[in-house]
Write a protein that binds this ligand. Structure first.
Ligand code: GLU
Length: 481
């Protein structure tokens, strides 16, 4: 058989999502792992859209996925779309037919379900194998006749003609040696519509594209035997694999897969829309996929993520649990690392228009607020995501809720008469001190001012907040009681 695949040493890494339009957190995890491995090994990193299952095709999905990856700063050297490569798969499938390693199958849905019923009745395994693989033995004449009559067909790999041995073994780069039962059915390699199912397309593409290591979700682990059988059938060297653990979530005390349908945090775009920093998404994934990442981060708090060396032997095989408090904590730390200018850039890039009752004035206040207690040895760590701003910094909005039961109106009015937003911090504090005869009354006054101006008992630096709000608003809030 003619060798269509290249003889170059494979140096590629890839992600190969189906175009559902939404990028699952696990897919970003795989993209990250692959981009690290490609960078560390001087390889290419490419994107392959697996759209041969037309039922799942979503027209603008590719664009949406690209937007997500762009936002995360994940870049691909090449992009492939499987549906545009139909001829390549067809050529390989027909070559296999010519060699007797694959055959036309004309069985209809009805034939297959009848076969299934018989197998179930006889207590036999279901599937297309052995004596049930009817079309495996059709004569060349008969095949020609049926093709000429325009009968719909699929092409099946002829696995039945050789002995695959008891088990197929391979070394998974993260899990070590794995032994799997071979596929005994003759799988479809080309569907009636002329497109291959995942199994065949995967083996051909990853061989032709030169994938050094197929990094994919562990749900594919069990199919790896079939993929190796297909490589053998095609005369390709077997591919190398690494199966990544699935991210789980705890739901009512039970663990289950993080689901696109049930868990909003499974879709990366939802995290971005909520206003999480992109680096929190990346750091969180590195934390769950590489057990020494957190140590590295603690030792190198400000280092760029590209300075981290990803280690295959630190990928756990246990299913990591999506841990929201942990993720939020990482988000706080990520925001705290940025300078004011960067914060403003992120805020403006985010869809801030969706904040309730947002006006240009309030937006300006938020931007100023993002600079309060930033930088220095112990930067403030209170922001998780921009969506929380109306609650976190509620006092930046014009109307605030204050529990004023214990507020002393006379005292606050007296303070309002001397407050000046132009005062520097020392003058501001001195004025408050001058109003209080002793420590307890100073503490009380400061607390009253804070509560009246912000509606909260605990806030970032009050002097800064008052300056951001300006004389009129601060005085109006003080004079209300
Ligand atoms: N299209 C497959 C999926 O969506 C890709 C598996 C792979 O990476 O090979 O899961």
């Amino acid at each position: 058989m003619k060798n269509y695949h290249s003889n170059q040493t494979p140096n590629g890494y890839r992600i190969a999502p189906s175009p559902t339009g939404y990028v699952h957190l696990g897919t970003v995890g795989m993209a990250l792992v692959n981009s690290y491995l490609a960078r560390q090994n001087g390889g290419r990193f490419y994107f392959r859209i697996e759209d041969t299952d037309s039922k799942r095709f979503v027209a603008d999905a590719v664009e949406k996925m690209n937007q997500t990856f762009d936002y995360l700063g994940i870049k691909f050297a090449e992009t492939y779309v499987q549906s545009e490569r139909a001829e390549i798969y067809q050529k390989y499938a027909h070559d296999l037919v010519r060699q007797g390693k694959a055959y036309y199958c004309f069985c209809t849905e009805d034939d297959l379900s009848q076969m299934r019923e018989t197998q179930i009745k006889n207590n036999e395994p279901t599937g297309y194998y052995g004596k049930y693989a009817k079309c495996r033995h059709l004569s060349a004449d008969e095949v020609q006749k049926r093709l000429a009559a325009g009968e719909p067909y699929v092409i099946r790999a002829n696995f039945g003609y050789q002995d695959w041995g008891e088990r197929i073994t391979f070394v998974d780069a993260a899990r070590g040696e794995i032994a799997l039962l071979p596929q005994v059915n003759d799988p479809i390699i080309l569907k009636t519509n002329g497109l291959p199912p995942y199994n065949f397309a995967h083996v051909i593409d990853d061989t032709l594209m030169g994938t050094a290591l197929v990094v994919r979700g562990e749900e594919w682990l069990i199919s790896t035997a079939e993929h190796m059988q297909l490589c053998d059938l095609l005369g390709f060297p077997r591919l190398q694999y690494l199966h990544m653990p699935t991210i789980n979530i705890e739901d009512n005390g039970k663990k289950r897969k993080l689901s696109k349908r049930k868990d909003p945090q499974a879709l990366v775009m939802n995290l971005v829309d909520a206003g999480y920093p992109r680096d929190a998404i990346i750091e969180y994934l590195l934390t769950i996929y590489n057990s020494d990442f957190e140590l590295w981060r603690t030792a190198n708090p400000l280092a760029p993520l590209t300075a981290y060396e990803f280690k295959i032997n630190k990928i756990g095989t246990n299913n990591p649990l999506f841990d929201l408090p942990k993720f939020n904590d990482i988000a706080k730390n990520v925001w705290a690392r940025y300078d004011h200018e960067t914060m403003i850039k992120y805020f403006n890039a985010w869809n801030w228009q969706k904040l309730p009752q947002i006006t240009p004035t309030i937006k300006t206040r938020i931007e100023a607020m993002l600079g309060v207690e930033r930088g220095g040895e112990r930067p403030r760590k209170d922001l998780i995501k921009f969506e929380d701003l109306p609650e976190l910094y509620s006092y930046l909005w014009d109307e605030i809720q204050v529990d004023g039961q214990n507020l002393d109106g006379a005292l606050l009015k007296q303070y309002a008469s001397i407050y000046d937003a132009n005062d520097d911090k020392d003058t501001w504090w001195q004025k408050i001190k001058d109003m209080a005869p002793d420590k307890p009354s100073l503490r009380n006054l400061a607390a009253q001012i804070r509560l009246a101006v912000t509606g909260k008992t605990n806030t970032p630096d009050l002097w800064s907040i008052c300056r951001i709000l300006g004389n009129d608003l601060v005085k109006a809030r003080l004079n209300r009681w």
